[in-house]
Design a binder for this molecule. Sequence first.
Ligand SMILES: Nc1ncnc2c1ncn2[C@@H]1O[C@H](COP(=O)(O)OP(=O)(O)OP(=O)(O)O)[C@@H](O)[C@H]1O
Ligand SMILES: O[C@H]1[C@H](O)[C@@H](O)[C@H](O)[C@@H](O)[C@H]1O
Length: 384
Amino acid sequence: MVTTAAAAHKTRQQQNRVLIVGNYCHDVLIQNDTVKAESLGGAASFISNVLNGMSISCNLVSKVGEDFKYPVNYSPVVIPTSKTTVFHAYFDLGIHGNGHQDRVLRRVCACDSIRPSDLPDTRSNFGMAVGVGGEILPATLERMIESCDAVFVDIQALIRIFDSVDGTVKLVKLEETGFYSLLPRIVVLKASSEEAAFMDVEEVRKWCCVVVTNGKDGCKVYWKDGELGISPFLANQEDPTGAGDSFLGGFAAGLVQGLAVPDAALLGNLFGSLTVEQIGLPKFDSRLLQRVKDEVQRRKMQCLRCERSDNELKFLKPVGHEQFHASLGAAKITPPCSIQDRQWNPPSSPKKTEQIAIPHYTAQAKSLVNSVYEEPIQTVEGKP
Ligand SMILES: Nc1ncnc2c1ncn2[C@@H]1O[C@H](COP(=O)(O)OP(=O)(O)OP(=O)(O)O)[C@@H](O)[C@H]1O
Ligand SMILES: O[C@H]1[C@H](O)[C@@H](O)[C@H](O)[C@@H](O)[C@H]1O
């Protein structure tokens, strides 16, 4: 076979990808026995929404039934013998209440599992295991680990079980799942504070970076021997659905573009805060997105200038982290454009995404958390 420069370029493009794995679903928001809203759901849809908004190309593997009713940027596999996954979210204490703890989730339909053979043959730089209804199998996660340089996992893909009568979502301890032995081979495990109670953070942080999100209070990042809190952004919460997913999308977008972990987590907090302000899948204002992209570019240049080769200061925030928080906050509160100007990437005509040079993460991609830091952070008691 003749290898042309164009073919080589195409291969490079195919390799520089984020692979998102998880089923789309139909979300039904119910309050006082009344359907308040219906929306496209699934962590995969929220995450691809953020990555597309940040002009990062991705590849998505998802399964739905023939009843799937939303147009999407990335076509799912349609399974004729199965129905689309459906979640009913009950907000009986009020949608404006104190966040996700008010929500009872029921999986009322479950589409097929995603198997290793459903994944693409090509390698990806980043893999994101983001199931919602138990569709990701241990063998699927293992295959992702083998075919991606770095794998990020949402714990909700690993620890959910579903009541056999009404589908109510319950959580099991991470160590009791078939995924536990794979943890040393993943790079980031993200959990909400509610889900974090189902793992031993002190144990898991020895193997991978653990990010625990905490609603309006932002998030906390844990490494083997350090941890740091990342400040939130103000938001008027309308619907908590998908906040954690958008957080993970923003966090991944930051890392893909070469930001240090604390800065990437800020981007996660920003997208989480933007998501709770809308019901269902958020539509991001195009000018806001441009401002955020500009800030990220500026931050990248700034960090390149202050980069140090000194590997000892691993768990420090890069200089200017607080300023980056303030700049992103300003980008968020700059008055939005009129409703007509709002840009929603029409799923039928996917927005052309610019190819971003994704840093190559080796098998031990954990070096990504050893970025350049200059401000000391709190370390865990009894650890250096
Ligand atoms: N009320 C809020 N105000 C500001 N930021 C918020 C708020 N709620 C969530 N966020 C942002 O979104 C992130 C994820 O939120 P949260 O911890 O509620 O995730 P979650 O419980 O996984 O959400 P869900 O399951 O609904 O997707 C938080 O770390 C924070 O940055
Ligand atoms: O669309 C939502 C969203 O992806 C949430 O993160 C998940 O917890 C729900 O199960 C799903 O219905």
